[in-house]
Design a protein around this ligand. Structure first.
Ligand code: PHE
Length: 345
């Protein structure tokens, strides 16, 4: 009787299968726990006649051993299957970490900032969403100046009763100069790097935003000579010691006199090439002596102080240094383009 029962259980145990951890635990409880089938057999064992005890004892042990092995091996199989599901291979080599590169505009901007820092200029910062007061009015733009027109400026909020309260995307970083002048008395020696916006169609040669660095120096007895020497030093530091500069008269509402500065074309060395349109010169910045009106509008006594200002486009300088022919490349995030600047980092 008991032997039949053992045989039956042995067959059962040998054929056990499981598809998850819960099923395995249920088997352990069914066969191997205190209240399990095998322990129940042990209780019956007492009633087995003495002459059969040995045989039955061996059979029960065999059953117990088989059940233990079967359940453990199912558990093992199941655990390895689970690990494979996770796709976890601790021996696989790691993916190489790709290092990013600095954006060419950042590389050139940092280089320019470094040059002016060595000449004693400090950095100043201001908001990109500005009011008319700081972008135009304090910079001596007449109320009807065309630059206030929708053609050039992106307006965020217009205020027909008081144009100075118009909110707009700054069209130059001169607004930062206005902010510094209204809160600081000279000497002031700052550069203002930042993004500026103009309502232009996007082409290879123009974009609706670009980056400027403007400079401002105000103190007693600052003259045009100081401006010229600082700009010559700057040009030579950035483009090499043989670089020449030339200043051409120009007009800006906030400077008087005003000039545009060219450098000798560093691609052909001034001989004339396609890049400089065979003139030997390329324009890189605007500059001039700060108009006394600007000083007064910003709360600085123009009888005591004078100063100069200059402003340059980072894209333009980057084009010159690296011959990038299409402005749009700077904002398209094409990694093939960006990787070309790896060695300049
Ligand atoms: N703010 C001028 C511009 O955006 C640049 C400039 C700055 C010119 C300072 C002269 C002096 O074009």
């Amino acid at each position: 009787m008991i032997l039949d029962k053992i045989e039956k259980l042995l067959e059962e145990v040998k054929g056990l299968t499981a598809s998850n951890a819960e099923e395995i635990e249920a088997m352990r409880l069914k066969y191997l726990s205190k209240k399990g089938e095998i322990n129940a057999l042990m209780a019956d064992f007492r009633n087995v006649p003495a002459e059969q005890k040995k045989e039955v004892g061996i059979k029960i042990n065999e059953l117990k051993q088989t059940a233990l092995e079967r359940i453990n091996s199912l558990r093992e199989q199941f655990e390895t299957a689970e690990a494979q599901d996770d796709d976890l291979d601790l021996t696989r080599t790691a993916y190489p970490i790709e290092l990013g590169t600095r954006h060419p505009l950042t590389i050139v901007k940092n280089e320019i900032i470094n040059i002016f820092s060595r000449m004693g200029f400090t950095l100043a910062d201001g908001p990109e969403v500005e009011d008319d007061l700081h972008v135009f009015t304090k910079m001596n733009f007449a109320a009807d100046h065309p630059a206030r027109d929708m053609q050039d400026t992106f307006f965020v909020e217009s205020n027909p009763d008081d144009v100075t309260k118009n909110i707009l995307l700054r069209s130059h970083t001169s607004s930062v100069q206005a902010r510094v002048m209204e809160t600081t008395q000279p000497p002031i020696r700052i550069i203002c790097p930042g993004r500026v916006y103009r309502n232009e169609a996007i082409t290879a040669r123009a974009h609706c935003f670009f980056h400027q660095i403007e400079g401002l120096y105000i103190d007693k007895n600052v003259s045009f000579t100081d401006l010229k020497q600082v700009l010559l030093t700057f040009a030579r530091e950035l483009f090499g010691p043989d670089t020449k500069i030339r200043l051409r008269p120009s007009y800006f509402p906030f400077t008087e006199p005003s000039a545009e500065m060219d450098i000798s074309c560093h691609i052909c060395g001034g001989k004339g090439c396609g890049f400089c349109k065979h003139t030997g010169w390329v324009e890189i910045l605007g500059c001039g002596m700060v108009d006394p009106n600007v000083l007064e509008l910003c709360g600085i006594d123009s009888k005591v102080y004078s100063g100069y200002a200059f402003g340059l486009g980072v894209e333009r300088i980057t084009n010159l240094k690296y011959q990038v022919s299409d402005l749009r490349m700077f904002s398209e995030n094409d990694v093939r383009f960006l990787r070309e600047f790896e060695s300049a980092n």
